[in-house]
Design a protein around this ligand. Sequence first.
Ligand SMILES: [Zn+2]
Length: 320
Amino acid sequence: MLYPWTKPGWDQLMNRRRAGRMPHALLITGLPGVGKLDLARSLVDGLLCQQAQPDGQACGQCKTCQLGTAETHPDAFTVTLAVDKKQIGIDQIRELGAQLALSSQLSGYRTAIIYPAAAMTHAAANSLLKTLEEPGPDSILILVTAEPARLPATVRSRCQLVHIPAPEPGLAQQWLREQGIEQPELVLSLAQGAPIKAVELASSDLLTTRQGLFEEFALLIKGKLSPIKLAAGWQKKDDRTLLTLLDSWLCDMVRLKFQQNPPNISNMDFQQDLQSLSGLIQSRTLFQHLDRVRQALSWQEFPLNRDLLIEDVLIPMASA
Ligand SMILES: [Zn+2]
């Protein structure tokens, strides 16, 4: 699926394709929830389609499109995290290399999506280098990640970079409204500007439980609730959603600490409470809390360790 903000990147790629300069390897980057994987999938569908539309998008009707919808296309490969695995291993990349070395089953492109690409082990990334150095004539590798810096430079340098910027907030809010999302301004700012993430947040129970979670967070900061108890209560919540909330509250507290009525508050509805909470914490400590949350969020492409979350993030906050 293409979105208004992924269309420019799409058009650039299609121009290259029409000019016969389609890169053999792409690295699609951008915020989590900005639509990277959707772009990658649209690209695969468009490349494999037998009667693509004028703008390069798949027709959705032909035989290959039907195979694509059923995820049974013999020339379309996907490599991702296996269930319960935190990394993409060398065996997965070797197998992909062997599959891409064979000729196309339907005499067209052979495509592979690797995501989250930064989850490849060092050995897996090294193994991928061989495929990147000697790509088959019609094979296209698409690496997708929010964290390109975690990939070896040797891998990055062999890929054409396609960065998807977060859309301008007005455009994103308008799009969210069209999707029937309530409070688009709030969910978008909680999603750090990434619209697909915003849709995800809006469809979770986040907005209904956010009030209660915030009250517990306030008690934690005031030293009136133990982090262990808090974590037990948060057990059933998605860790990334919790971290996203913590990040947005702490960011707002930083803003409120340094400015009267800052213009860019994410949690407009909690402004007064956040203001008084920020008064309880020294600036340096506040930045330390934010650093820890950011660090935990930077592991977001991996399942988080619950104990680590408690020890690294919540316990230090309780002893502000
Ligand atoms: Zn088609």
